[in-house]
Every structure is written in structure tokens, then in C-alpha cells.
Design a protein around this ligand. Structure first.
Ligand code: INI
Length: 163
């Protein structure tokens, strides 16, 4: 009898999956590009446009609350937060980044819904340009593929045993 390792890996197929994307309006010139990259990646991997919900909030700091509410709705397979925090623009940048990233991790652990950190943190505007669809790729698109993979992985993980 042959024995095999059990491999748990999420496929990159978004067919039938439901996604919520929460976008920060601060630095929206870049965030619009991240959103375009995320939507394009989701649809190219098989998602239906009507299965994608987009919410806008004032800044990256506000994204976790809306992501939490969407996660608790039970209507989404994965959630993505998109924002651009430019370090040079504010002394609050480091604080925003650490609060937002911690919150995303807490929400996903508390709800069991993958929350993908698609917030671009840069030292200057040039790096923001590079990461929102030019020479360093599009962080919205990579966040979308992470969301697809995690949503599919969560579906095949062994379920918690009933006590
Ligand atoms: N929000 C961002 O998304 N990016 C930034 O670079 C930024 N800066 O530089 O301040 C920013 N600030 C706003 C913040 O997210 C909140 O909206 C604000 O503090 C109100 O809570």
C-alpha cells in the first residue's frame, strides 16, 4: 500500500468566491491603482464582478473597523485592505502601520476569515509609484492572489473537532 503526504495548499481559482476590499482614500491617486490591480487579478482568476464588494474609508487607520464588520457578516471568503502610507508625509505613519497590521491579524484570527494586508508602506512618493503598478509591480494584485489562495486553503483545512 503506497503512503502519501497530505498536502494542504490553496488553489489560485477565484470562481464562486466572495471578496471584500476596503480602500483608504488618503493617497487615493495610488490606492485607485491598487484597487484596479486587485479587481483585475480577482476577475482574471475567475471571480465574478458581482462577488466583489468595495468600501472606501478616509484613511488606512479606518480600514480595520470596516474589515472587521465585513468579516463578522459571514458573507465573504476573504477580505483585503488597501492603502498607501508614506512615511515622509507624517510622523504618524509608523503608528498607523503597526496598528493596522496588528488589527488585520487579530480580525483574521478572531473570525477565521483571511484578511490580507495590501497597505503599501513607503519612505517617499517615488516608492509609492513603484509599488502601485509600475516597476515594483502592483501590491493590490499580489494582495488579491494571496486572498484567493488563503480563501481556498481555509476551505480544505481539517475542521475543528466537536467536543
Ligand atoms: N492615512 C493613510 O492611509 N496614509 C497616510 O500616509 C496617512 N498619513 O500620512 O497621515 C494617513 N493618515 C490618515 C489616517 O489613516 C486616518 O485617516 C486619520 O488619522 C484619522 O483617523
Amino acid at each position: 500500500m503506497s503512503k502519501e503526504i497530505t498536502l494542504l495548499e490553496g488553489k489560485l481559482n477565484a470562481t464562486g468566491l466572495k471578496f471584500g476590499i476596503v480602500c483608504a482614500r488618503f493617497n487615493s491617486i495610488f490606492v485607485e491603482q491598487l484597487l484596479a490591480g486587485a479587481k483585475d487579478a480577482l476577475v482574471r482568476h475567475g471571480a465574478n464582478v458581482e462577488d466583489i464588494t468595495v468600501a472606501w474609508v478616509p484613511g488606512s487607520f479606518e480600514t480595520p473597523l470596516v474589515i472587521q464588520q465585513l468579516a463578522q457578516s459571514g458573507k465573504f471568503d476573504a477580505l483585503i485592505g488597501l492603502g498607501v502610507v508614506i512615511q515622509g508625509a507624517t510622523q504618524h505613519a509608523a503608528m498607523i502601520n503597526s496598528e493596522v497590521s496588528k488589527s488585520y491579524a487579530q480580525i483574521s484570527l478572531a473570525t477565521g476569515i483571511p484578511v490580507v494586508y495590501g497597505v503599501v508602506t513607503t519612505e517617499n512618493i517615488e516608492q509609492a509609484i513603484e509599488r502601485s503598478g509600475s516597476k515594483a509591480g502592483n501590491r493590490g494584485a499580489s494582495a488579491a492572489t494571496t486572498a484567493i489562495e488563503m480563501a481556498n486553503l481555509l476551505k480544505i483545512l481539517p475542521k475543528t473537532a466537536k467536543k
